[in-house]
Ligand binder design. Structure first.
Ligand SMILES: Nc1ncnc2c1ncn2[C@@H]1O[C@H](COP(=O)(O)OP(=O)(O)OP(=O)(O)O)[C@@H](O)[C@H]1O
Ligand SMILES: [Mg+2]
Length: 404
């Protein structure tokens, strides 16, 4: 299932809804780059309003190549030179033009990453190509030098009618039946975040090709899985440990489920065996801690576990994987649950026999239980067994299956 946000990501600037002024500014900045005093643009504004996709749409329209750099790459000046090095030097006559995109600079901290922010500033001074930075909040003190060197371009939270026009187009193309009023309700809920609105629509309407008022009501439930997927996305995709470490902060799932979700989806994301091995090392340490908590109630280990499964797993990769992965809940939970349910029934029955025969459950499990299904096959004995032991419906069902 391909994310609809991806499928409907604008290909040209015209398709970007509700940000006309900002788009105009950006286009002028890129087109007239040679004459610009300030060599970078800093796009800022709330999440899901089109900051990143606008850069791609404009590049596409102008036939420019995008070199995307992670803000966290700037922590290490060697790394950044390696990545951007030649890209920023004067272009040859025939080479394609470029835009250098440093997406989401928010993660850089002023204190530890002063070097990083300086490195970006230097890049701006030396680059022969337009540099575009994005941030949700650029007004932090730490960014003051970047602000003064950049053309500031504001993206606004989208009003609900803009979001509505985006979703209307998606519904049309995907043949999703809907009442306009219900679609508008969905749009009002997303507080100007088009990404969230498209994701909600996909969650609610993709299967049945219909958006109903009832399904809208289920949204709060579904948001739980939505949340854990957002968390996984953060951990797997970022190389910024500060972003990773807070991934589970707003997630409702308990620790065991978090571990299982990671376990299930990790191999789909980390393609390189070294990355995968390092990540599983983190996960297995987390698992050890989680058992210690359970056995000895050492709750302070929870902090370690969180660090291991967020920052630990995020840092296990050498660079981020760009492919899109659809995260799935683990099938293992269900299998484990079935297995433990079955074991539980068996133990219950053994307990009843133990009581009647004045022996231990453990003994019965060993000596009698292997033969019980065989005895249960005989019609005459079956009634006696059920009556004598007082088996309930579920236990009878278990025995019937076991003797089949
Ligand atoms: N103004 C818009 N017009 C059309 N589609 C949009 C717009 N804003 C967002 N979208 C849709 O939402 C998706 C996500 O947008 P985008 O990645 O550009 O958000 P962003 O502002 O960079 O958010 P963040 O701050 O979280 O990185 C896009 O791929 C597109 O499908
Ligand atoms: Mg973005």
């Amino acid at each position: 299932m391909r994310p609809l946000t991806h499928k409907y990501s604008p290909k040209t600037a015209k398709e970007i809804v509700g940000q006309d002024e900002a788009i105009e500014k950006l286009k002028n900045f890129v087109a007239g780059f040679a004459r610009q005093k300030k060599k970078s643009a800093l796009i800022y504004g709330p999440s899901g309003t089109g900051k990143t996709c606008s850069v791609y749409a404009i590049a596409n329209e102008f036939g420019l190549e995008i070199i995307e750099v992670n803000a966290s790459d700037f922590r290490n000046s060697e790394q950044i030179n390696q990545k951007v090095g030649n890209a920023i030097k004067q272009q040859s006559l025939f080479a394609r033009g470029k835009i250098i995109l440093v997406d989401e600079i928010d993660g850089l901290s002023g204190h530890q990453d002063r070097g990083g922010i300086q490195a970006i500033t230097k890049l701006i001074e030396n680059s022969a190509f337009p540099i575009i930075l994005t941030a949700t909040n650029p007004f932090d003190n730490k960014f003051s030098s970047l602000r003064s060197k950049s053309n500031m371009v504001e993206f606004r939270a989208l009003d609900y009618l803009s979001v509505y026009s985006i979703l209307k187009n998606v519904c049309g193309n995907e043949n999703i039946r809907h009442e306009d009023e219900v679609l508008k309700m969905l749009c009002r809920r997303c507080s100007g975040d088009a990404r969230a609105a498209i994701n909600d629509l996909q969650l609610l309407a993709q299967d049945k090709k219909e958006l109903t008022k009832e399904s809208l009501g289920e949204l709060s439930d579904r948001n739980r899985t939505d949340n854990i997927m957002t968390a996984l996305n953060k951990i797997f995709k970022t190389t910024d440990l500060k972003i990773a470490v807070s991934a589970f902060d707003n997630v409702d799932e308990d620790l065991d489920e978090q571990l299982l979700w990671i376990d299930e989806n990790l191999p789909k994301e980390y393609a390189k065996p070294e990355d995968l091995a390092r990540a599983y090392e983190m996960l297995s340490k987390a698992d050890v801690f989680s058992r210690r908590i359970r056995r000895w109630q050492h709750y302070r280990f929870l902090v370690y576990i969180n660090a291991l499964i967020t920052a630990g797993i995020a840092s296990a990769k050498r660079e981020k994987y760009k492919n899109l992965v659809e995260y799935k809940p683990t099938g293992r939970i269900l299998k484990l649950w079935w297995a433990s349910q079955k074991a539980a029934k068996k133990k219950d029955i053994a307990g009843k026999i133990a009581e009647k025969t004045h022996s231990s459950k453990k003994e019965i499990l060993k000596s009698t239980m292997p033969y019980l299904p065989v005895m249960f096959r005989s019609k005459e004995m079956r009634g006696n067994i059920v009556r004598e032991l007082g088996l309930n419906e579920e236990e009878v069902e278990w025995l019937t299956k076991a003797s089949a």
